[in-house]
Design a protein around this ligand. Structure first.
Ligand SMILES: Cc1cc2nc3c(=O)[nH]c(=O)nc-3n(C[C@H](O)[C@H](O)[C@H](O)COP(=O)(O)OP(=O)(O)OC[C@H]3O[C@@H](n4cnc5c(N)ncnc54)[C@H](O)[C@@H]3O)c2cc1C
Length: 285
């Protein structure tokens, strides 16, 4: 079984997210990470889609490579930004023809230094519809969810309505990372109140470098709670202690999410394996 909608219907999933490396060194490191994580038999692994240029083609190559050369089931991220509808239909057609069955349909953020930004499909739900048009039943299609709301929405309630409408045409969602289980349970309650019951996978990012995670959080319109950040800052440059605390905090969050009935756990690995492997072992997955 390799479609994510079928995997979710059958039971709890575990999944790992990676980005396509830009250098040979990065590529070698990712190979290592994949070799170390493959024995954990993830339900699926996902590959992000960059803001432009050659990194976009690298996503395609890596996804097809994972499909053909490993035992892991890949999911390809795809974004609408700076693509025509025709480009997107072409990319989806290539995935369909290669036998890739799982797509994460996203709006994408314009690159910060971009001279030109355009959208022919400005909302992720439009990309979901295009993927259905191109793939028919070939694709299981996921979308992004933002527990603390998406920064472009005027308010949280409006964002939840947009999310529920998007989930009405998608098969599942994966959330932006967050640090308190209540953020996830609140999101599910809000969706249930809108009569939306599509599975939502929580996204977990283990903190192994607090400054880096705070930067990512800021870019995605969320934040690391101050009390949690202070615990990491208090450890200063002691990388081993930071790593251990990061694993401990993420393990606890995952356990709370599983206890709350999450349909699976999606780990943002940042192309490294050790924190994810330790959390996986701690949870006895
Ligand atoms: C799990 C996950 C994976 C990601 N992977 C990538 C990646 O690989 N590459 C990448 O570049 N980015 C990635 N992102 C980031 C994502 O592209 C950004 O967060 C982006 O800003 C929003 O994408 P979206 O698909 O949620 O957008 P949408 O669902 O299109 O929402 C964007 C905004 O539009 C609003 N909106 C939706 N529908 C309507 C409507 N009908 N009318 C008015 N407003 C509306 C929403 O409220 C929201 O504010 C990922 C995010 C997550 C959570």
């Amino acid at each position: 079984m390799t479609r994510i909608d079928a995997l979710l219907a059958a039971g709890r999933t575990t999944s790992f997210e990676f980005f396509p490396p830009k250098t040979d060194k990065g590529e070698a490191a990712l190979r290592n990470t994949l070799n170390e994580l493959e024995p954990l038999s993830p339900s699926f692994v996902s590959i992000t889609y960059g803001a432009g240029g050659s990194t976009r083609e690298r996503t395609h190559r890596l996804v097809v490579d994972l499909l053909n050369r490993t035992s892991m089931t890949p999911m390809a991220h795809l974004t609408g930004v700076n693509h025509t509808r025709e480009d997107l239909a072409g990319i989806l057609g290539r995935y369909r023809d290669a036998g890739v069955e799982n797509i994460l349909a996203l709006r994408g953020d314009p690159p910060r230094d971009a001279e030109e930004v355009f959208f022919e499909l400005e909302r992720a739900w439009q990309l979901v519809e295009l993927a259905r048009e191109v793939g028919g039943d070939a694709f299981s299609i996921g979308v992004a969810a933002h527990p603390s709301g998406h920064p472009l929405a005027p308010d949280l309630a409006t964002d939840r309505k947009h999310l529920a409408a998007k989930l009405a045409v998608a098969d599942f969602a994966v959330t932006q990372f967050f640090f308190a289980a209540e953020e996830y349970t609140r999101l599910l309650e809000d969706l249930a109140a809108l009569d939306c019951h599509t599975p939502v996978l929580p996204g977990i990012i283990p903190i192994t470098n607090i400054r880096q995670i705070q930067r990512f959080a800021e870019l995605s319109g969320t934040e690391v709670p101050a009390a949690l950040a202070d615990r990491f800052h208090a450890l200063g440059d002691d990388a081993a202690a930071v790593h251990a605390l990061g694993v401990e905090v993420a393990t606890q969050l995952c356990q709370e999410l599983l206890d709350a009935g999450a349909p699976g756990l999606h780990f943002y690995t940042l192309n490294r394996s050790s924190a994810t492997r330790e959390i996986h072992a701690n949870l006895g997955l």
